[in-house]
Design a binder for this molecule. Sequence first.
Ligand SMILES: Cc1cc2nc3c(=O)[nH]c(=O)nc-3n(C[C@H](O)[C@H](O)[C@H](O)COP(=O)(O)OP(=O)(O)OC[C@H]3O[C@@H](n4cnc5c(N)ncnc54)[C@H](O)[C@@H]3O)c2cc1C
Length: 433
Amino acid sequence: MPDRVDVPVRAAEVIADVDVCVAGGGPAGLGAALAAARLGARVCLLERHGFLGGNFTAASVGTICGLYVDAGGSFDYVTRGIAEEVAEALKARHAAVGPMPFKGTAVLLYVPWAAKRLFDHLVMAEPNVHLLLHALVSDVVVRDGRMDAVILATKRGPQAVRARAFVDATGDADLVVFAGGEWEIAPAGHRQHASMQFLLEHADDGVVLSEGIGALATAIAEHGAHLSRDGGAVLPTFRPGEYIGAMTRVRARDGSPIDVTDLEQATWGELEGRRLAEEAAAFLIDQVPGFSGAFLADTAPTLGVRESRRIVGDYVLTGADVAGAAHFPDAVAAGAWPQEYHVEGRSTEYVNLPAGAYYQVPLRSLRPRGLPNLWVAGRCISADHDALASTRVMAPSLVLGQAAGTAAVLDLREEGGADHVQASLREQGAFIG
Ligand SMILES: Cc1cc2nc3c(=O)[nH]c(=O)nc-3n(C[C@H](O)[C@H](O)[C@H](O)COP(=O)(O)OP(=O)(O)OC[C@H]3O[C@@H](n4cnc5c(N)ncnc54)[C@H](O)[C@@H]3O)c2cc1C
């Protein structure tokens, strides 16, 4: 039994009282906050970092996946709504290029810095959004079976945000866990590993783009047995000489996936991630054409986490649903990204959907059991490990957030049924099939 101390009861000042409180400002939280605000709700968006975007910016992932479906020789958007809006806005700022064919589907390459500023602008353009940065949700208050408030750990001690409806977009299902809801975490071997992305500057674009990217796999096969990952990629940002390295697999000390809800493992993951980034950057500089004059400019602001806690909701979306392109009467989002696994060993496995097919996500997968005024979006929805392998990427996360924010607002108007949510999402331009 670990040593424990009692935490004295303290009163938390209520610093905001709104219709919808969204916890987590990653793609899912952004989608939720923008959708709810645009429907006229007063929204408080809470983010623990000093900027928005979650893995989009904090982990510098470098490509938006899950936007497109194969339309027989070209690629169409399959996730529209706020995902399409973000993609088009980045392109309009000359900060994104795509669709770029990749693994039988396509991605949109983007500049993380530009995404960070775009999200500032998108949120500041909504007078209904009250944004609080450096706002870590550390607890919740549940009254008579309903969420009443979230508690923030601040420099001034605990502070509270009260709301009538809540969206958990923390990626780790923090609100559901704090509220005593049902959740699970996959065991080692069935949980995605984390990665530390890194930024290389001063590469020779002419050489990298003509031979370097293609030569990477051969170089790894011939000289990269020491690297943490045998796949991986270098992603051009299309700013001169700049590439994002997506080449690390960060394991816990015992080789299992890192559980970032444990502070010791989270700390190790950051340190180990930077070590592996340095190792991979040195490899690129030594072995891959076009990188000999490059330097490691920085690592991503934080370790990128693909999978941690997932809620167990009214419906658990399964890998078979994704692989079989399942459709649901209460569908609120669509996706077509392959099931992408960063699990055992050093490789990354992709299992594609049939060409042109897409699956749907039902509203029930955003509903935690027994918590009536709470919705969940993003990588902690009610999905099993094999479904999450596809739904976790950023375009689906944005539109799952849009669906959760929409459902939360409509529920306050007693119009929270799937038919109302679908009608509203269609009006918002979000494709759901
Ligand atoms: C290394 C890596 C590479 C990837 N590559 C790609 C890719 O190329 N393309 C792609 O589309 N997807 C990629 N993904 C997947 C994708 O980035 C994520 O699955 C996606 O960002 C999930 O969105 P989310 O909003 O659910 O969670 P997150 O992006 O994790 O956002 C959660 C947000 O909540 C905040 N938060 C968490 N807890 C709290 C709290 N208690 N209080 C307040 N705020 C909190 C976090 O700071 C964060 O901003 C990658 C992921 C990783 C880790």
